[in-house]
Design a protein around this ligand. Sequence first.
Ligand SMILES: Cc1cc2nc3c(=O)[nH]c(=O)nc-3n(C[C@H](O)[C@H](O)[C@H](O)COP(=O)(O)OP(=O)(O)OC[C@H]3O[C@@H](n4cnc5c(N)ncnc54)[C@H](O)[C@@H]3O)c2cc1C
Length: 471
Amino acid sequence: MKHYQAVVIGGGIVGAGIFRDLALHGVEALLIEKNDFSSQTSQSSSKLLHGGIRYLENMDFELVFEALHEKNLLLSLLPHLAHEVPFYLPVYSDAKRPLWMIKIGMFLYDLLSSFQNSPHRISSADNVLKEIPGLKKTGLKGAGVYYDGVMDDAKITLEVIYDALKEANVKAMSHVEVVDVTISGKLNIIQIKDQFTKEISTVSSDQVIYALGPFTDRFLSKIPMYNWQNILLPSKGSHIWIKADDLPLTFPIVITTNDGRVIFVIPHGDRVLVGTTEVPFDGDYFNVQAGLDEINYLLNAVNNYFPTAQLKREHILSSFAGIRPLVSEGNNSLGKTSREHKIYQPMSNTFVIAGGKYTTFRIMGQEITRQICHLHGKSYNQDFSKKPLRTKSLVTPFAWHRPTSEELKNICINEMPKTFEDLVIRRLSISNRAHWNLRSKDIEFNDFFIEHFDLLKNYIQISKEDIINFL
Ligand SMILES: Cc1cc2nc3c(=O)[nH]c(=O)nc-3n(C[C@H](O)[C@H](O)[C@H](O)COP(=O)(O)OP(=O)(O)OC[C@H]3O[C@@H](n4cnc5c(N)ncnc54)[C@H](O)[C@@H]3O)c2cc1C
């Protein structure tokens, strides 16, 4: 049985960040992910590196301070996967928060970033209408303009893992499920199941770290020795992608819904992302989809601000949803529950980390790694994880190109896809056929992949049906 000093379970951004920091400190570490890396919550976010301006209302100053500093660090470390953009917060005469209040909030936001944010400003109504064509004019007083980051969530997680794998004595496995964990003496015995062959095997470790995001309670409550009490208040959030031609925007807009929530409308090249919702959810977390009522809610919100857009369901390219792994604070208010992370230690060699934001993943990784290093008598250096990532993805959404045959082969060899879906969605950044048609106007989805079928079948699990049935 192979032994590791630390085994990290869960290959979303939190597990990836812990795995990388452990690797950079020379800890023999294994990362285990049931599906593809970054295939769950960490590819379903609003794709913002941000402090969370709205959390100022909840007086969550510590979280906003931490997240803003992380945002600005990550923007400098990952220029190909994230960039800073101005966010417009239009204010109307009937707004709950008038312009002067927005101005104070934005000042506080920049202050908490230690003025690393590009400075906020107020834009007059006339200017806003020029900068955001199509925006509702009646009652417009102006807009607050502040700066946050737009990112590619799935790719960042992948590149964090690729970077860790540059170190010796570490390994990352995808499509391998942890099915049980027991203790033998001081060791964790971790039973794992290959998702393709269904073969069961075991590995052992000194420490085990659960980075299961929304799956935390459901997994840990199945392991009797932990006597686990649920900690999460799962909240579903959905998004829709609209073709940029149907909603031409240069800058992201922050809109307020009739029920007082905030929704982001964010241009990403040829597409615009609209989200998110916040509803309780108790179904299958591995198969979360945007509900019809959520989709209508998002369309209504956009149509209220852009009355001439008249967006309908047929304008939607695709939708996606995820579960926020919020740590319950004893109340049931999803919007007011803090986004801070928490670490639990149900046994001395077991760490559970949950909550937090995508933006703060590096800090979460540091807190765990510091403790693991201490247990192994290693000194901890908080600057290691500030180093830039060393492996770039071949295809990135911000500079998308259709790969050549040679590039497809290199992606299969270097970027660890195991299925057709891993390849198309997370390595080639194509979410569905409509999205492919938007980008690859001269070749049909089926034709392109059938043409490369013989090449791809050498590297990934693929059948012609996978190609034909891909939505
Ligand atoms: C709608 C929405 C919008 C958001 N927007 C933002 C945003 O704009 N900016 C921001 O900073 N944050 C945002 N967040 C928060 C952020 O996305 C999450 O905090 C983060 O992605 C959680 O990552 P994770 O690694 O904890 O969870 P996940 O990404 O879900 O990773 C957990 C992994 O554990 C794996 N797993 C489960 N069971 C097993 C098992 N038995 N064996 C092995 N592996 C297993 C799962 O397959 C999964 O991949 C948003 C969240 C949501 C839901």
